[in-house]
Write a protein that binds this ligand. Structure first.
Ligand SMILES: NC(=O)c1ccc[n+]([C@@H]2O[C@H](COP(=O)([O-])OP(=O)(O)OC[C@H]3O[C@@H](n4cnc5c(N)ncnc54)[C@H](OP(=O)(O)O)[C@@H]3O)[C@@H](O)[C@H]2O)c1
Length: 233
C-alpha cells in the first residue's frame, strides 16, 4: 500500500465514526474525516500532526459530495479505504411515517454512500477497501424493531449495494464489505431509545471497524457480516 494513502471516514464527529477515526490515527494512518460538525475533531487534530484532515460536508446533499470529491482530487488524494459510516435513524411507527422520513433516511444511509463511493473510486489504490456500516435491522432474517421500518430498509439496501460494488469494482482490485452492527451506546441509540443501556461501547466497535477496514478485505469480499452479541440485542 502507498505510504501516503488515506482512509476516509464519514460520520466522524461523534459516536462510532469518531472512534474509528481515533483508532486509525493511533495506528499511524492518515485519515480524512467527514461530517457536518467538527468540534470534537478540532480537539484531536493537533495530537496527530499531518495525519488528520477534516472536511466538513453534508452528505445528504449531492452538490456537497461533488465538491468534497473535487477537493480531494485537487490535492491528489490517494485512498486506501472508505468507511461509509454516517447515518441517521428516525424512530417512527410505519403507519405514521411519511415521505420525508423515508427520503431523509434513504438519502443519507444509501444514496450518499453510493454517490460518495462512485466519486472516490478513481482515487482508490488497487487493494482498497470500501466498508459500509449497516445495522442488524438491515440484515436479512434478523429480528426487527417496531419504528425502524424505513431505517432498516435503508440499511438493507446498503447491504445489497455492497454485494453489487464487490462485483462492479473487482476489475479495479477494490473490495467491498458490509458490517451489520448490533446496538452500540451512542447518541443515535440514546435518542431513538431513551434510557437504553447496551454493553457495547463506541470505542470497542470503533477499534473493530478500524481493524476491519485495514485488514478484513484480505479474507472477505462482497460479504454482509453481522457484528452483534445476540439477535435481538
Ligand atoms: N449506535 C448503534 O446502536 C448502531 C447500530 C447499528 C448501526 N449503527 C450505524 O452506525 C453508524 C454510526 O452510528 P452512531 O451510533 O455512531 O451515530 P451518531 O452518534 O448519531 O453519529 C452519526 C454521525 O453521522 C454524521 N452525520 C449525520 N448526518 C450527516 C450528514 N448529513 N452529513 C454528514 N455526516 C452526517 C454525524 O455528524 P454531524 O451531525 O456532525 O454531521 C455523526 O458524526 C450509522 O450508520 C448507524 O446507522 C449504529
Amino acid at each position: 500500500m502507498s505510504k501516503d494513502a488515506v482512509y476516509i471516514v464519514t460520520g466522524s464527529s461523534r459516536g462510532i465514526g469518531l472512534e474509528v477515526t481515533n483508532q486509525l490515527l493511533r495506528n499511524g494512518h492518515r485519515v480524512v474525516a467527514i461530517s457536518r460538525s467538527h468540534d470534537s475533531l478540532d480537539q484531536i487534530v493537533s495530537g496527530y500532526p499531518g495525519l488528520l484532515t477534516i472536511k466538513p460536508a453534508d452528505l445528504s446533499d449531492s452538490a456537497s459530495i461533488a465538491q468534497l470529491a473535487n477537493e480531494l482530487k485537487e490535492t491528489e488524494t490517494v485512498i486506501a479505504g472508505l468507511v461509509n459510516n454516517a447515518g441517521i435513524l428516525i424512530n417512527k411507527p410505519f403507519m405514521e411515517s411519511d415521505r420525508e422520513d423515508w427520503e431523509a433516511q434513504l438519502r443519507l444511509n444509501v444514496i450518499a454512500p453510493a454517490l460518495l463511493t462512485r466519486s472516490l473510486v478513481p482515487m482508490m489504490i488497487r487493494g482498497a477497501h470500501v466498508l459500509n456500516i449497516s445495522s442488524m435491522g438491515g440484515y436479512q432474517g434478523s429480528s426487527k424493531f417496531p419504528g425502524l421500518s424505513a431505517y432498516s430498509a435503508s440499511k438493507g439496501a446498503l447491504a445489497i449495494l455492497t454485494e453489487s460494488l464487490a462485483v462492479e469494482l473487482s476489475d479495479r482490485g477494490i473490495s467491498s464489505n458490509c458490517l451489520c452492527l448490533g446496538a452500540v451506546q451512542t447518541e443515535m441509540l440514546e435518542q431513538a431509545f431513551p434510557g437504553i443501556h447496551v454493553p457495547v461501547t463506541p470505542e470497542q466497535m470503533g477499534r473493530y471497524i478500524a481493524d476491519f477496514v485495514c485488514n478484513g478485505h484480505a479474507l472477505y469480499n462482497g460479504r454482509i457480516l453481522p457484528v452483534a452479541l445476540s439477535d435481538p440485542e
